[in-house]
Design a binder for this molecule. Structure first.
Ligand code: PLP
Ligand code: ZN
Length: 420
């Protein structure tokens, strides 16, 4: 099976362009990468993956940010702001409190538009240029639209975003708006927005840049490459586990693909692949349901709710890529309450790391798995925080303390401070 962790290196088929091609993960049909616009398999509608005849090793990488990893990407450069090269924070108090040997936080909120979506867009918009399209589109819980708007603007292209009305955090709409995307608010949830934008793409009205687009996941692979290099350089070893929030499961799929390619090239031993561990909110947990039941398919949840709006998704489109990733790396999945998510958001903020609610789900999930004894105390763990605190100012105000009004007078201020 092509999604096995130890799948052998493939030689380039005749449709390949410079050693790069698209392959269906369901029926293995192969396609030329840039001849036509396609998002899924012509034959069976299965998900597509970008494949390389020459998977990269560590020596191939130079420079900084996403494009340091061009040897693992279909192009040498892209439409860039630039992105990647995000910090891997120490959080000593949280590490001790949760009780693991090592805990580092990979803060993807430090990308140019404040989420990891930038890594996918720098590659996706480059591919759009290659294909010669002029209008880009996505459905979004917010961050994809902010990233698409910014990278579209940078690339001088028109952008269209479909958002679920009333369910997108303020910072994200503000970004899409100022970067000049055309914003359509749909009276439905994210999954309905994606249904519509897929129809628009199928009718040739726009180029789809949701994570269904296999090229976006190529850019997101660089999260895994960066974590592995940073952790190895600073800790002398690779992490045992990577814990991340799951919405459409694009990141889970991208990280797994990154590890498969490193194993394929001989750069990484199979036994050194971190266990991929996905976290969802209890009100939107179809992946967790599938992992717990041992199912190969995910049941679409029609109604979803959580304060972590970035992962308020009932039909994770990349599940067929992500489920083997969780299973074959020995990882797991867990659902957490909104209350636990907010607690984790506060705990991270207490270490100086400001994240939006969905991001904090990774830390909330790690804590829960430790409490349940499903993660051992001697593990070295990286939690991924996907978006910046300022993305969702309302959630931050709710989780934090209120400002205290005081008179315009120093003595009165001192009296107020002494008061409690
Ligand atoms: C998009 C997003 C997610 C979900 O990522 P997937 O790759 O769709 O699983 C999680 N957190 C934030 C902040 C996001 O913007
Ligand atoms: Zn197919």
């Amino acid at each position: 099976m092509s999604l096995e962790l130890a799948a052998p290196r493939q030689s380039a088929p005749s449709v390949a362009d410079d050693g790069v091609w698209l392959e269906c993960i369901a029926c293995s049909e192969q396609f030329a990468p840039f001849d036509d616009i396609r998002y899924t398999c012509d034959d069976c509608d299965g998900l597509l993956e970008v494949r390389y005849a020459d998977p990269p090793t560590w020596d191939d990488f130079e420079g900084r940010g996403v494009w340091r990893y061009s040897a693992a990407l279909p192009f040498a450069e892209g439409v860039t702001l630039p992105e990647g090269d995000t910090p891997l924070h120490d959080v000593p108090r949280l590490e001790e409190d949760i009780g693991v040997d090592r805990l580092r936080i990979k803060h993807e909120g430090m990308n140019p538009t404040g989420s990891f979506k930038d890594r996918g867009m720098t590659v996706g918009v480059r591919v759009a240029k290659e294909l010669g399209v002029d209008r880009l589109a996505c459905a979004s819980t917010g961050n994809t639209s902010a990233a698409l708007a910014a990278y579209g603007a940078r690339g001088g292209m028109e952008t269209l975003v479909l958002l679920p009305a009333g369910k997108v955090a303020a910072g994200k709409i503000a970004q899409a708006s100022l970067h000049d995307a055309r914003i359509l608010e749909v009276d439905g949830n994210f999954d309905s927005c994606l249904d519509i934008v897929q129809d628009l793409a199928a009718r040739g009205e726009a180029y789809l840049l949701n994570s269904l687009n296999p090229f976006r996941l190529e850019g997101q692979k660089t999260i895994g490459l960066e974590i592995m290099e940073q952790f190895r350089d600073e800790e002398g070893d690779y992490p045992d586990r990577i814990v991340l929030p799951v919405g459409n499961a694009g990141n889970t799929s991208a990280l797994y693909k990154c590890f498969r390619e490193l194993v394929q090239s001989g750069a990484l031993a199979e036994s050194d692949v971190p266990k991929l561990t996905g976290v969802q909110a209890e009100g939107a947990a179809p992946m967790v349901e599938a992992v717990e039941a041992g199912n190969d398919e995910v049941r679409r949840w029609e109604s979803v709710e959580t304060r972590a709006t970035a992962i308020r998704i009932g039909n994770p489109v990349n599940a067929p890529k992500a489920l083997p990733g969780i299973r074959n790396t020995g990882g797991t999945a867990v659902a957490v309450s909104d209350e636990r998510i907010t607690d984790a958001q506060r705990a991270l903020a207490g270490e100086g790391v400001g994240v939006e609610p969905a991001s904090a789900a990774s830390v909330a999930g790690l804590r829960k798995l430790r409490e349940q004894g499903r993660i051992a105390a001697d593990e070295q763990v990286v939690c991924l925080t996907t978006g910046h605190l300022l993305k969702d100012p309302d959630a931050a105000f709710e989780a934090g303390d209120d400002p205290e009004p005081v008179p315009n007078d120093t003595d009165a201020v001192l009296a107020h401070l002494a008061d409690d």
